[in-house]
Ligand binder design. Structure first.
Ligand code: PHE
Length: 451
C-alpha cells in the first residue's frame, strides 16, 4: 500500500470535520443550482420533494458514506474493496472518481463566473461599464478558461497542503459570513417592488406540478448539494477519528446545507421577480425560464447595480463569499481522485494533485468554450451519476458489508447505537427505502423518456 496511516492526514477537531464537510456540501449547488431548479420546476412543490429527498435518502446515505470511509481509511475504490470482496465493489468507487472528475470540469466554469463577477462589480461601480461587462460575459470562452484555470490552481494549491490546514481554517470563518450576507440581502430584496410575487411562488406549493421530471431533478439536486454518491464523504470520512459521532455530524451537515439552500432561494426567487418588474425578461412567451444555468448571474448583478454605493460592497462580498463556498467544494471534488491516486497508484500528494488537476483543467477549458455542455454534464454525472452511485453504496453497505458491520463502525463515537431506535430505522432505509426510491425514480424517468 502506498500510504501509511500517519501520512494520510486527519482532521484536527470535531468541529473542523463538520465545517469541512459542510464546506464541501455548501457551494454552487445551494446558491446556483437550487434556486435555478426551483424556478425551472415551478416553485415550492420542488422544495417539498427536495427536502424529502435530503432527509429520506441523503441523510442515511451520508451516514453510510462516512462509516465506509472511516472504517476503511481509504479512497472510495480502496474503501469498497475493504468492505466487500465482490469484484464490482471497487468499480463503484471508480465510478465515483469519474463523476468527481467530470463534475469538477463544469463546476470550475461556474465557479469562474463567480470570480469574474467580483471584478464586474468593482469595475461597474468604478465607472468602467465596458470593462465590467467583459468580466460579466458568461459565454466568453477565453475569459471562462482563464478564470476556471485560476480557480483550479487555487484548488490544487490547497489540496497539496493536505487535509486539515487550509480546508478547516477557511471554512470556520467563511460559513458564518456567508449566512450573514445572505440574511442581509434577503431583508433588502423583500423591500423591493415585485418581491412579494416571488415569495408567493417560492412558498406556496402547487402539488399538481409534481411529475417524474421534477422528482428526478430534485433527487439529483439533493445528491449534488449534499456531496453524495461519488465518495466525497467516504474520502472525508477516511480522515475522521473514532471519537466522532457520525450520525450527529451528518445531521449537522445536512441541516446546514438545506438551510443555506433555502435561504438562497429566498433571495434569488424574489430577486427574479424584482428584476422582471423592472423590465428584465426572465420567462419566455410560454412561461419557461430563459436560461436556468445563467439565471443567478443574470438576476443578482442587476439588483446590485440598482442599490447605489452599498451595492458595491454587497456585490463584491456576495461573489467573493460564493467563490469561497465554491472553493471548499472544488477542494472536496478534487480530493476524491487525488486520494485515489495516492492510495492506489503510489504517487505523492503533489504529483496526484497536479496530474489529475491538469487533466480536469483541460476538460474545464473545453467546457469554457462550449458552455452548452454544462446542461449535458449535469444530467449525466449529476442527475444520473450521483443517485446511481448512492444506490450502489446502499446495496454494498446493506447487503455485502451488512448494516450490522456498519453500525459497529458507527458505534465508535455513538456508544450503544445498536440498541437505539436509530439502528433498525437506518438499516431499513439503507436496505429498502433508499434503493427502492432511487430505483423507482430511475425506472419511471426512463419509462417516461420512451413513452
Ligand atoms: N455539494 C457541492 C455544492 O453544492 C458540490 C459537490 C458535489 C461537492 C459532489 C462534492 C461532491 O456545490
Amino acid at each position: 500500500m502506498a500510504t501509511s496511516e500517519k501520512s494520510r492526514g486527519n482532521w484536527n477537531s470535531k468541529l473542523g470535520f463538520i465545517l469541512a464537510a459542510a464546506g464541501s456540501a455548501v457551494g454552487l449547488g445551494n446558491i446556483w443550482g437550487f434556486p435555478s431548479q426551483v424556478a425551472d420546476n415551478g416553485g415550492a412543490a420542488f422544495i417539498v420533494i427536495y427536502l424529502l429527498c435530503c432527509l429520506i435518502i441523503g441523510l442515511p446515505v451520508m451516514i453510510a458514506e462516512l462509516a465506509v470511509g472511516r472504517y476503511s481509511k481509504k479512497n472510495p475504490v480502496g474503501a469498497f474493496r475493504s468492505v466487500s470482496s465482490s469484484w464490482f465493489a471497487p468499480l463503484i468507487g471508480f465510478w465515483g472518481v469519474i463523476c468527481g472528475v467530470m463534475i469538477l470540469s463544469f463546476y470550475l466554469v461556474v465557479a469562474g463566473w463567480t470570480a469574474g463577477y467580483v471584478f464586474e462589480e468593482i469595475f461597474f461601480f468604478m465607472g468602467y461599464p465596458e470593462l465590467a461587462s467583459w468580466f460579466g460575459q458568461l459565454d466568453n470562452g477565453l475569459k471562462n478558461a482563464i478564470f476556471s484555470v485560476l480557480f483550479m490552481l487555487a484548488t490544487i494549491a490547497i489540496i497539496t497542503g493536505g487535509v486539515s490546514n487550509g480546508i478547516e481554517k477557511a471554512t470556520k470563518l467563511l460559513m458564518p459570513l456567508l449566512i450573514f450576507i445572505l440574511g442581509m440581502m434577503i431583508l433588502y430584496v423583500l423591500t423591493l417592488e415585485g418581491s412579494a410575487e416571488g415569495v408567493r411562488v417560492y412558498l406556496r406549493p402547487d402539488f399538481s406540478s409534481i411529475n417524474t421530471d421534477l422528482v428526478f431533478s430534485a433527487m439529483g439536486q439533493a445528491f449534488f448539494s449534499l456531496s453524495l454518491g461519488m465518495g466525497a464523504l467516504i474520502t472525508y470520512g477516511s480522515y475522521l477519528s473514532k471519537k466522532q459521532n457520525l450520525v450527529e455530524s451528518a445531521t449537522y451537515v445536512t441541516l446546514a446545507d438545506v438551510g443555506i439552500a433555502f435561504m438562497a432561494g429566498f433571495l434569488i426567487i424574489p430577486a427574479m421577480y424584482v428584476a422582471q418588474s423592472s423590465g428584465v425578461q426572465i420567462f419566455d412567451a410560454d412561461g419557461n425560464l430563459f436560461a436556468s444555468t445563467t439565471l443567478v448571474f443574470n438576476v443578482l448583478p442587476e439588483m446590485f447595480h440598482n442599490m447605489g454605493g452599498i451595492g458595491l460592497i454587497a456585490g463584491v462580498m456576495f461573489f467573493v463569499l460564493l467563490g469561497m463556498a465554491a472553493l471548499t467544494s472544488t477542494i472536496s471534488l478534487l480530493e476524491v481522485p487525488v486520494a485515489y491516486m495516492i492510495d492506489e497508484h503510489n504517487v505523492s500528494r503533489k504529483q496526484a494533485a497536479w496530474s489529475i488537476g491538469g487533466l480536469i483543467m483541460f476538460f474545464a477549458v473545453i467546457v469554457s468554450f462550449y458552455i452548452g455542455l454544462i446542461d449535458l454534464l449535469v444530467v449525466i454525472f449529476n442527475n444520473i451519476g450521483l443517485p446511481l452511485g448512492g444506490l450502489m453504496i446502499c446495496v454494498v453497505v446493506g447487503y455485502l458489508w451488512k448494516t450490522e458491520s456498519a453500525l459497529k463502525e458507527i458505534s465508535h463515537g455513538f456508544e450503544n447505537v445498536e440498541n437505539t431506535w436509530f439502528a433498525p430505522l437506518w438499516s431499513f432505509f439503507i436496505k429498502v427505502i433508499c434503493p427502492l426510491v432511487i430505483g423507482l425514480v430511475f425506472i419511471s424517468t426512463i419509462y417516461n423518456i420512451f413513452n
